[in-house]
Design a protein around this ligand. Structure first.
Ligand SMILES: C[S@@+](CC[C@H](N)C(=O)[O-])C[C@H]1O[C@@H](n2cnc3c(N)ncnc32)[C@H](O)[C@@H]1O
Length: 297
């Protein structure tokens, strides 16, 4: 079971570190509700659903409507997008000349931007573009058009029928929301709840801001404060919470220590990123992992 899209800030490389820091008795909890307010490509969600059978319900959210529409479609009617995906994949992978492939990509991108949001096939076009565009980025111009250039991969896998059906089955116990992270908390019940929070990266330095460019609005330090308040509220209600973010030690070593200064535990791990924000071999980016409980180890 793996994500159906590549996503900026995807956590596949951090899964081991996340798994090691789950509450020590996590697997003894019953009827767990798993919550992810910034789900992105869902690498952590799908890992948790596969590995931990005691999760009886998950609640996910992201501010990106095209992405969340794709989750809905795969949950409710995966077969309705399969034919279009197969046709797009076959045509694209069947073209050998780079120039012709590129032209095909830009035609698909244009059609995608002209489609109405509700259009059945928009999700198939979205998945195709995600795997053939540059670095799997999702970026829109001022008029809301997807504008990422062609990625030039030799034979991108685009999708696997079997994986989509596995995700379809896994998503049956997942409630899918789309909006600001502050809007989803009403749907939480009294079950033991684990919340994994992976917001857009706080810029590492003033010069490096590309990691905040997930959507038009950006994610500011004011949003970090709003998020911290929510963590306190749900922590006080007994939820176990884990957050990850890029370490902003470049300028402001204590940003997260200052913000999460009331009983949270903070650790740092080195990560390999496709795009190294320092652009230097000597400085590997680090990720902070913050928990509102003492992690094992
Ligand atoms: C670091 S990514 C999450 C990556 C995810 N963990 C994965 O493995 O793919 C952050 C996500 O937050 C979303 N986002 C940005 N601002 C948001 C907001 N105010 N509320 C909810 N989601 C938001 C972005 O669309 C993006 O998908």
């Amino acid at each position: 079971m793996k994500p159906f899209v590549k996503w900026a800030g995807g956590k596949t490389r951090l899964l081991k570190e996340i798994e090691q820091r789950l509450p020590a008795d996590f697997d003894t909890w019953e009827d767990v509700v798993y919550v992810e307010p910034f789900v992105g490509g869902g690498s952590v969600l799908f890992h948790m659903l596969k590995k931990h059978n005691n999760i009886s319900k998950a609640v996910i959210n992201d501010i990106n409507p095209v992405l969340m529409h794709a989750y809905q479609k795969i949950k409710q009617a995966p077969m309705s997008i399969m034919d279009t995906l197969v046709a797009l994949r076959n045509e694209y992978n069947g073209i050998s000349a780079d120039k012709t492939r590129e032209e095909f990509y830009y035609r698909v991108r244009k059609t995608f931007n002209e489609m109405r949001f509700e259009d059945e096939q928009k999700v198939a076009f979205f998945i195709f573009l995600n795997h053939t565009c540059f670095n799997g980025l999702y970026r829109e111009n001022r008029s809301g058009d997807f504008n990422v250039p062609h990625g030039r991969y030799k034979s991108p896998s685009i999708f696997e029928e079997e994986n989509i059906m596995t995700l379809h089955n896994a998503l049956q116990k997942v409630e899918i929301n789309c909006g600001d992270f502050a809007e989803i908390w009403n749907s939480l019940e009294n079950n033991p709840t684990f919340i994994y929070i992976d917001p857009p990266y706080r810029p590492i330095s003033k010069q490096v801001t590309m990691f905040t460019l997930y959507d038009k609005s950006g994610f500011t330090d004011f949003d970090q404060l709003r998020l911290k308040e929510i963590c306190d509220i749900f922590g006080n209600r007994g939820c176990r919470i884990m957050l990850s973010n890029s370490d902003s030690y470049d300028e402001d070593i204590s940003y997260f220590e200052n913000l999460y200064n009331n009983g949270y535990h903070i650790s740092r791990v080195e990560v390999t990123r496709m795009i190294n924000p320092y652009n230097s071999k000597n400085r590997k980016p680090k990720e902070v992992i913050i928990t509102n409980y003492q992690p094992p180890q």
